[in-house]
Ligand binder design. Structure first.
Ligand code: NAI
Ligand code: MG
Length: 498
């Protein structure tokens, strides 16, 4: 150990190396000064007459004025979706629906650079991630569900799948376009129409997506986009929709569930998480360090399935933490549009304040904080990559979702203890297991209460693979055939024979 530390001391700190900037051009994005809501295939002024400014969180520069849609606007959007459902979409040949989904997927690929720049501009995430993760995955979701649209009877044999009607969809700000794709693609594949609300801080990619819908000549009213804050979301929940799909905080998820109880409207919830990323002493440590970094610093930690609790087997604690700290010094924090950037801007002032509050609580409760030396830009919302060691399970930083680039480290001795600690959370969305031993991966996966378990990797997504939680992380799945089911009605009756 001493030898390793010595070597560590002699290792040059790579953050001292200067990198030339490599900014992606903003030119490709054409912003309007003011947007409308997208209802019946057109942008219209909101009846509410209210607007708010959306910002670039990296500079606090205002980007555009966005409608704060009111209940009347929501009612209009739902009416438009209802009309489109009844006048053609639900009865369209399934292959027709597939055609539009394929078109949308291809247009997203063609315009991916434009979308990636816009996503980074409005949300603060590094262009490397929006370019290499958000955009390819969003297109892949449309491709994937396009493939199922005309094969529903094969997907659900003997069950006579029928569309539900109008789906109200409320999404968060951490993966604005990707969450839109997760919501819209299965809904349309199943023959439903949609009213979707992007999060208040990141509406721009959803508004640009309306342009894609027009380019794809999707029939008017099949997808309607209304913008606004939680009040607009609440209006959608109360409106005449047949289903609500929500991704966001557990608090709002619970409120929605209470509101919908007894209404007969269907509901799926994808809520928060506090995932354990578990490292056994036989794991490939350098690989594990990459997985830990990807698990918690990807998208500034604004990830519901982030590996925010690191569980390390005691025997490798010191070398692992040593490697991890060294790796943190190489992370570049800064301009989201710079192709070298690893960690971008925090999405909003509100989120920054939440992170700061929890980090202060961590220090106060007695955890030890480590942050690599890094210069944060003066304007905008920023938080340095952070590791807390000496964390007790009872600390707030071990219990609550921080949703920022902050890792809490705990230790364990035996696999049983790892399982017990990993499951000691109200959440149950995801987990990571790092070990060379295949049987141990399966043993752990059987016992971890989490919807998604990654083995010797982290934060990997595929449209064919269902994603969703246990306990306070919500219910229902997105992705795969499981993700289609919540958008279909099976009439309660199975068809016999055949
Ligand atoms: P939030 O749950 O308030 O917002 C998510 C979406 O719900 C937004 O579109 C928002 O406008 C809408 N919304 C808010 N109140 C609503 C209501 N009463 N009825 C219907 N829709 C409503 O999340 P927020 O405040 O942005 O973030 C707070 C915390 O929630 C984060 O710090 C994080 O811990 C967690 N979160 C989890 C996400 C996930 O992916 N599971 C995504 C975003 C936040
Ligand atoms: Mg909120």
């Amino acid at each position: 150990m001493a030898e390793l530390e010595q070597r560590g001391d002699r290792t040059p700190i790579p953050s001292a190396w200067e990198y030339a900037t490599a900014p992606e051009s903003r030119e490709i994005v054409k912003l309007q000064e003011r947007y409308g809501i997208f209802v019946g295939g057109e942008f219209v002024e909101p009846r509410s007459g209210e607007y708010y400014e959306t910002l670039d969180p990296a500079s606090e520069e205002p980007l555009a004025e966005i409608p704060q849609a009111g209940p009347e606007d929501v009612a209009l959007a739902v009416e438009s979706a209802r009309g489109a459902f009844e006048n053609g979409w639900s009865a369209a040949r399934p292959a027709e629906r597939a055609k539009y989904l394929f078109r949308i997927a291809r247009i997203l690929q063609e315009r991916s650079r434009e979308f990636a720049v816009l996503e980074s501009l409005n949300g603060g995430k590094p262009i490397r991630e929006s370019r290499d993760v958000d955009l390819p995955l969003a297109a892949a979701h449309f491709f994937y569900y396009a493939g199922w649209a005309d094969k529903l009877e094969y997907a659900f044999p003997h069950r006579r799948p029928q569309p539900l009607g109008v789906a109200g969809q409320i999404i968060p700000w951490n993966f604005p376009l990707l969450m839109l794709a997760w919501k819209i693609a299965p809904a349309l594949a199943g023959g439903n129409t949609v009213v979707l609300k992007p999060a208040e801080t990141t509406p721009l990619s959803a508004l640009l997506f309306c342009d894609v819908l027009r380019q794809a000549e999707l029939p008017a009213g099949v997808v309607n986009i209304v913008t606004g804050d939680g009040a607009t979301g609440a209006a959608i929940v109360k409106s005449d929709v047949d289903k609500i799909a929500f991704t966001g905080s557990t608090e709002v998820g619970k409120a929605i569930q209470r509101e919908l109880a007894g209404t007969g409207k269907k509901l799926t919830l994808e809520l928060g998480g506090k995932a354990a990323n578990i490292i056994f002493d036989d794991a490939a440590l350098d690989q594990a360090v990459e997985g830990i970094v990807n698990g918690i610093y990807f998208n500034q930690g604004h990830v519901c399935c982030a590996g925010s609790r690191l569980l390390v087997q005691e025997s490798i604690y010191e070398p692992l933490i040593d490697k991890l700290k060294r790796r943190l010094t190489t992370l570049r924090v800064g301009d989201p549009l710079d192709k070298n950037t690893d960690v971008g801007a925090i999405n909003s002032r509100q989120q920054l304040e939440k992170i700061e509050e929890l980090v202060a609580a961590g220090k106060e409760e007695g955890a030890e904080i480590y942050q690599p030396p890094c210069r944060l830009p003066e304007k905008g919302y920023w938080f340095a990559p952070t590791v807390f060691t000496n964390v007790a399970q009872s600390y707030r930083i071990a219990q609550e979702e921080i949703f920022g680039p902050v890792l809490s480290v705990l230790t364990f001795r035996t696999p049983d203890e790892a399982v017990e600690k990993a499951n000691n959370t109200p959440y149950g969305l995801s987990a990571g297991v790092w070990t060379e031993k295949g049987s141990r991966i399966l043993w752990m996966a059987e016992r971890l209460q989490a919807g998604v378990i990654w083995a010797n990797t982290y934060n990997r997504f595929d449209p064919a693979s269902p994603f969703g939680g246990y306990k306070e992380s919500g219910f229902g799945r997105e992705g795969g055939l499981h993700g289609l089911e919540p958008y279909l009605d099976f009439g309660g009756a199975e068809v016999s024979g055949g």
